[in-house]
Design a protein around this ligand. Structure first.
Ligand SMILES: [Zn+2]
Length: 238
């Protein structure tokens, strides 16, 4: 085996020994059961590891990651993970966590072709198109940062509108969906204040979060071009 991988296995042995020494019985306890209170839906980017960023130990956060932290209504991988987290683990909080400088968001913003992932990133481009009047008047860097945030807001909405969350809330289960964004430059998480914990207020929370991003002046041209942004959301619009 390569030296680099040997190093990883050596690191692992050291970590396991140190963890057990610090907290005897840690692994036998964990092996019996996991009961995390949190679910993290984040980007696959190697710089955004859920446990380290939040100071959580193994067993404390259930994680799903993909490129650009998307929750697509037909993605059985993400939906199955969310269902397991909500119905079996009974997590209390689901955090959708984007990050500034996300290569997936940047590729979608700039229309860069990266390969198969173009089809996946189409979902981010859809977010950009829906909210273009809140984006187009910003400079390029600000557009990418704001699109990272808007993408999180949209995905929080997608989790909230999933059958898993709708059914959980209908049963009276307490579970909240939050939107955060992580700064690669300072290591800090920012709450986007789009927490959804009740089906009655999902659309209202979504609209309130978006209102924080002012629209630019309407572009000259055919009048009445629909923005489609804030209204094309919610069960009534599906
Ligand atoms: Zn990313």
């Amino acid at each position: 085996m390569s030296e680099a991988l040997d190093q990883l296995l050596a690191n692992n042995r050291r970590w396991a020994a140190a963890t057990e020494a610090r907290e005897p019985g840690f692994f036998t306890r964990l092996a019996r059961q996991q009961s995390p209170r949190y679910m993290w839906i984040g980007c696959a980017d190697s710089r955004v590891p859920a446990n380290e960023i939040t100071g959580l130990d193994p067993g404390e956060v259930f994680v799903h990651r993909n490129v650009a932290n998307l929750v697509v209504h037909s993605d059985l991988n993400a939906l199955s993970t969310i269902q397991f987290a909500v119905e079996h683990l009974k997590v209390r909080h689901i955090m959708v966590v984007g990050h500034y400088g996300c290569a997936g968001v940047r590729a979608a913003m700039r229309g860069v072709r990266v390969g198969l992932a173009d089809n996946w990133l189409r979902h981010v481009q859809d977010v950009r198109l829906r909210h273009r009047r809140r984006l187009d008047h910003l400079d390029a860097e600000a557009q990418e940062d704001v699109l990272c945030e808007m993408n999180v807001i949209e995905q929080v909405g997608n989790v909230a509108l999933s059958t898993v969350l709708q059914d959980a809330w209908a049963r009276g289960q307490q579970v909240a969906v939050h939107g955060w964004v992580y700064g690669l430059r300072d290591g800090l998480l920012k709450d986007l204040h789009v927490t959804m914990d009740d089906p009655e207020t999902v659309v209202e929370r979504f609209a309130a979060a978006l209102k924080r991003y002012p629209r630019g002046e309407p572009a000259a041209g055919p009048a009445g071009e629909p923005d489609g942004a804030d209204t094309a959301f919610g069960p009534g619009a599906l």
